[in-house]
Design a protein around this ligand. Structure first.
Ligand SMILES: [Zn+2]
Length: 77
């Protein structure tokens, strides 16, 4: 299934944003992420990594308006 923004659901979020080249574009607003390791950090770009456990997080530009859309894809992904 393809979404209006051109995203499809066959890849995870981080694969999508890397393919789009937006990993290190700044988010419209930063998100405060509470990692599964309990470390809290500010996510300011579409791709971010917890500096405590190296878990990688991502959000697509078309869904970057809500922290609920931030996805953890794996440690050192
Ligand atoms: Zn962590």
């Amino acid at each position: 299934m393809t979404q209006p923004c051109g995203c499809d659901n066959t890849m995870n979020v981080v694969d999508k944003i890397r393919r789009k080249g937006v990993s290190f574009l700044e988010l419209p607003k930063a998100f405060e992420i509470e990692c599964s390791c309990s470390h809290v950090f500010m996510m300011t770009t579409h791709e971010a990594q917890c500096e405590a456990c190296n878990m990688v997080y991502g959000v697509t530009p078309c869904s970057s308006d809500s922290i609920e859309n931030v996805v953890a894809v794996g440690i050192d992904y």
